[in-house]
Design a protein around this ligand. Structure first.
Ligand code: SF4
Length: 227
């Protein structure tokens, strides 16, 4: 059994898979409270679903391709989630998991593409990343930093350098945080940090990281859920 908020098909908005059609399985519950969180509706509720029923819905939406496991924090349901991800892999799906890395990731199947969202200080959840998870990262994985201030940027840059993420992971993403109450205009005015400032700093500091914009917030109204 897994506690599920929603299962839907849309366009992947982040990571190196941005722009590709993807089926999202959003799990309920999170043990963090990031200040800019846009998924607070996952904190409570959720529908208990058998693995068979979730798998059937994923297959109905798409018989193949990309599936992202997200939340909330999906690894809070590790015991049931790990075999479910393995089942997706065995059926030929390409599987991504978006996680804060606060829980151990050692048991995530190696073929799952992990996107570890390391929290910066001004998220209010700095120091939540479990450093041992760095040992579970491979070239198949990505590390993401959601950045809302210059202090966050300095943290992300220093963490990237200290832990040699540019060579250890398949990619490093620096993404400007969006205001959680953003609605209306589909443009960068909702970002808490100017993307052009972020671009300047990345180039200035000669980082080999990707500036990631959440493209779903430019395609649809930023307040839209299930996209
Ligand atoms: S880890 Fe994700 S879901 Fe949890 S509070 Fe932070 S942004 Fe929201």
């Amino acid at each position: 059994m897994l506690s599920i908020i929603e299962i839907y098909r849309s366009i992947q908005g982040e990571s190196s898979f941005a722009g590709l059609p993807c089926t999202f399985v959003r799990l309920a519950g999170c043990n963090l409270r990031c200040t800019w969180c846009d998924s607070e509706y996952t904190f409570s509720g959720g529908k208990k679903m058998e693995s068979d029923a979730i798998f059937a819905e994923v297959q109905r939406l798409s018989p193949n391709g990309l599936v992202e496991i997200t939340g909330g924090e999906p690894m809070l349901q590790e015991r049931a989630l790990v075999p479910f991800m393995q089942r997706l892999l065995d059926s030929g799906y390409q599987v991504l998991i978006e996680t804060s890395g606060e829980r151990p990731l050692a048991n995530v199947p190696k073929a799952v593409h992990k996107i570890a969202d390391v929290k910066c200080p001004d998220s209010g959840e700095g120091d939540s990343f479990h450093l041992e998870n760095l040992n579970a990262l491979t070239k198949n994985d990505e590390v993401k930093f959601v950045i809302s201030t210059q202090r966050d940027y300095d943290f992300a840059r220093d963490f990237t350098r200290l832990h040699e993420l540019e060579s250890k992971a398949g990619g490093v993403i620096f993404s400007p945080a969006f205001r959680k109450d953003a609605t209306g205009a589909r443009d960068a005015s909702h970002c808490l940090l100017s993307p052009s400032d972020l671009a300047d700093w990345i180039v200035r500091d000669r980082l080999n990281v990707r500036l990631g914009l959440q493209i779903h917030k430019f395609i649809w109204d930023p307040a839209t859920k299930g996209v």
